[in-house]
Design a binder for this molecule. Sequence first.
Ligand code: FAD
Length: 317
Amino acid sequence: MKVTEHIENAKGKTLFSFEVVPPQKGKNIQDLYDNIDPLMEFKPPFIDVTTSREEFVYIEKEGLLDRRIVRMRPGTVGICASIKHKYQVDTVPHVLCGGFTREETEYMLVDCHYLGIENVMALRGDAMKHQRYFEPTQGGHTYANELVSQIKDITRGKYLHDTVEAVNKPDFCVGVAGYPEKHLEAPSLEYDLKRLQDKVDAGADYVVTQMFFDNKKFFEFVERARAMGIDVPIIPGLKPIAVARHLQLLPQVFKIDMPEDLIKAVEQCKNNKDVRQVGVEWCIQQSKELKEAGVPVLHYYSMGKSDNVKAVASAVF
Ligand code: FAD
């Protein structure tokens, strides 16, 4: 079922969902299941599976370093299919511009259709680690709105080579990213919201936000998006902080602010076990307030560890 249908069927009740990261190549998928298992009691209608673009690795060979391009966490669509099959839950593979040609994207979408996957998140992806700015892959898209258009074209039977008179067209529900504190490259929130509108105009069906730690930022973002005419569901993305280093790391990576009260609470912690507890309690308060405000879904970034998300969900759902 589509994410938007799950939201409609919930009739105003806030749903629980989360995102998982594929294991590194060569690692066991059981670790992933072990993290999903404890969260299934909260009945997520859908689970997102992230996609990682290619990266450079250096392999020592006869005293020299050989640079290779590899994808360390492949398998997003396969993992979506296995989770869907194992847990009878809808899955949402993340589809990226960066690192993929339009053809590769088309093939991935065809696979999704054959596997009964009806939802995809369309994202640009970040610059590669050695790049200062995002550079589009040759033959790939530059911005996520172009990717949304490609996905929506396929739902109309329009493939890259031709329009196909298909009896069984895929009907993908497409999610896109939104940034309550603006995307790190955007010159202003207003500009970034206009780009979000471009994605919705291209056919995006719902928005999932970047993590934030101050609900006020989310409420203002939704208000401005609505004023602009963006009328699709907006799902808040949340992450409980887990270690003291997150205070510096998350603002650095995502260009988000940490509220003073959260900083003070973390600074008073004696160890990371205490920080974890602070992170869980903060996330519970955020979740309760958002639920009270009637958000359609609370979407958690589990980052491969589910125990703190479980602690939050137990208090909220
Ligand atoms: P876009 O919407 O293309 O926007 C990128 C930037 O370009 C913004 O600053 C925007 O304002 C600007 N822009 C957009 N259109 C135009 C235009 N036409 N002209 C000029 N400027 C424009 N990354 C991964 O690698 N894998 C994942 O699985 C993944 N999952 C994510 C899930 C969520 C919910 C979120 C919020 C992010 C996720 N990301 C993921 C990170 C995401 O790929 C990065 O934040 C990326 O830098 C931007 O992606 P986007 O889809 O928002 O890009």
